[in-house]
Design a protein. Structure first.
Length: 322
């Protein structure tokens, strides 16, 4: 039921072998109906929704896209705000949130509770039949403790996906909204939302994984890189400028394409209209696509160990474990 190659790179994005589309009888035909049923997976970072009416505006944009959508959300900024209210100092390591026991309780309450239900309410108000879930619900995402759990605490890595529940919801015209909280052996784990979205996109054979946050894309030498191949994206995981939250984000995008998504894009949600532009191949952001002459799902993600500076705290952006 669940199958994945272990995540490679510091962020643990998994490449999942099983793929399911909402209307599987069409999948082998290559018909327009089958292509139309292939979903878009959108990962939304909490900072992408800063500002008055931002959640409602995003919901209206999503409703106007006209494609089946799975929405995966983080909420790291909101988690940090609630931690500070509780007198707890947010901590990050190489772009991932250090999650001790009290931090896990806040993260689970905010992500699977307030943040998830606020998005569901906004989507329903915009006319979308949204259903709120966490990654652990229905066995949607299988995870294991992070390889650096001794340092990171209650943080998990995606080990596999069973997308049957999502396929059922999509087939019924609903919009799954997935919070990045998983479980292992009866205990909750904080997951990197980029990795969750990546694994789901690969398993569903998504036409696009869209990673929206407060970052404009992959920036090298002061400029946003427009497009990179899967192989080049893998190489760049070791680049000294790919640090903090961008490293797990780039790893997640590459893993999605290696796992079966047609393409992935890292972009900033810059306000009304940006979602539609990115969905139709907008010029902004960084696109990761298959290597020339290969199909989605044909790649491998080579492990890139953390740089010696990995102990330096990463920035608090939405590439972080929430």
């Amino acid at each position: 039921m669940r199958s994945a190659r272990p995540g490679h790179g510091h962020g643990g994005a998994a490449t999942v072998s099983r793929r399911v589309t909402p209307h599987e009888p069409h999948a082998a035909t290559g018909t327009p109906e089958a292509r139309a049923a292939t979903p878009v997976v959108v990962k939304l970072g909490g900072r992408a929704l800063d500002g008055a009416d931002a959640v409602d505006a995003f919901a209206r944009e999503l409703a106007a896209c006209g494609a089946p959508v799975v929405l995966v959300h983080g909420g790291g900024a909101e988690v940090s705000a609630w931690l500070e209210r509780a007198g707890l100092a947010p901590q990050f390591l190489d772009g991932l949130r250090v999650t001790d026991g009290p931090t896990l309780e806040v993260a689970a309450a905010v992500l699977a509770g307030l943040a998830n239900k606020r998005l569901v309410a906004a989507l329903r108000a915009a006319g979308l039949d949204a259903v709120g879930l966490a990654a652990l619900d229905g066995g949607l995402v299988a995870c294991v403790p992070h390889r650096d759990a001794d340092t990171l605490g209650h943080v998990g890595e995606v080990a596999g996906v069973d997308p049957a529940l999502l396929a059922t919801l999509l087939g019924a015209g609903r919009v799954p909204v997935v919070a990045s909280i998983g479980d292992h052996a009866g205990a909750l784990l904080n997951l990197n939302a980029d990795d969750v979205a990546s694994a789901l996109a690969g398993a569903l054979g998504a036409r696009l994984l869209l990673l929206l946050s407060d970052t404009p894309g992959l920036v090298l030498d002061g400029a946003v890189v427009g497009r990179v191949s899967l192989a080049r994206a893998t190489e760049l995981l070791g680049h000294p400028e790919v640090q903090g939250g961008m490293r797990p984000k780039l790893a997640a995008a590459a893993a999605a394409v290696a796992g079966g998504a047609a393409r992935a894009r890292i972009a900033r949600r810059g306000g009304p209209g940006s979602l539609a532009g990115e969905h139709h191949g907008g010029a902004d952001g960084t696109e990761i696509g298959p290597d020339p002459g290969t199909k989605p799902g044909a790649g491998e993600i080579a492990r890139t160990d953390p740089a010696p500076s990995a102990s330096r705290p990463g920035p608090r952006n939405e590439g972080d474990a929430s």
